[in-house]
Design a protein around this ligand. Structure first.
Ligand SMILES: Cc1cn([C@H]2C[C@H](O)[C@@H](COP(=O)(O)OP(=O)(O)O[C@H]3O[C@@H](C)C(=O)[C@@H](O)[C@H]3O)O2)c(=O)[nH]c1=O
Length: 186
């Protein structure tokens, strides 16, 4: 595998190194030892799939608070997504900054998201299936979110027409509102 650092420390794009023959290709997508050599966790406790029948479907931005913060490894098995993450690690040099990339069935690229980041994506094609693994179990009480269209994050979501978003995702606070609420201990 090839590990490409992103501008957000600890987040990596991971490309496969395919071995090809007349049958097609073979490649590892997770290897605990190889991940460890790059300082990454390669052991996950849950794997989930989301199917998005329409282009423009937007999910996020999601994260879990301590003690349930999770590392995520995201890939696309059908179609394509615009994938975005936001650094929420206190004291990080890139706190509040976003990074985005395209993951597709065609590029077989994975995004490794360290703990302390919010994550969201928008489907770029109809019939898009996203597969992701987590290092910590889903705990509804620890689940939090940020507004996908927070102007401070300035994430260039590419599909404007026929956007589909859940009511929950429309209601998350902006980063500034969340920070203020935490400061006031609300
Ligand atoms: C995330 C999750 C949800 N659920 C349930 C809760 C709810 O009834 C239903 C749908 O949940 P949501 O609307 O939160 O699904 P969704 O918006 O697809 O949530 C996902 O979004 C992307 C961006 C991520 O990064 C994921 O970690 C996850 O948060 O599934 C689980 O049972 N386990 C899980 O791990």
């Amino acid at each position: 595998m090839q590990f490409h650092p992103t501008p957000l420390a600890g987040a990596f794009l991971i490309d496969i190194e395919p071995v090809e023959d007349q049958r097609g290709l073979f490649a590892r997508t997770v290897c605990e030892d190889e991940f460890a050599r790059h300082g990454l966790v390669g052991r996950f406790v849950q794997q989930s799939v989301s199917w998005n029948p329409h282009a423009g479907t937007l999910r996020g931005l999601h994260f879990q608070i301590a003690p349930d913060q999770e590392i995520k490894l995201v890939r696309v098995t059908r179609g394509a997504i615009f994938d975005a993450i936001v650094d929420l690690r206190p004291g990080s040099a890139t706190y509040g900054k976003a990074f985005h990339t395209e993951l597709s069935a065609g590029n077989r690229r994975q995004l490794y998201i360290p703990a302390g980041m919010a994550h969201g994506f928008q489907s770029l094609e109809a019939d898009t299936e996203v597969l992701y693994q987590m290092s910590a179990p889903f705990r509804p009480a620890s689940a939090r979110g940020l507004r996908w269209d927070d102007p401070a994050l300035n994430i260039p979501w590419p599909v404007c027409a026929s956007r589909k978003i859940s009511d929950n995702d429309r209601a998350w606070p902006t980063l500034a509102a969340r920070t203020l609420a935490l400061t006031l201990n609300l």
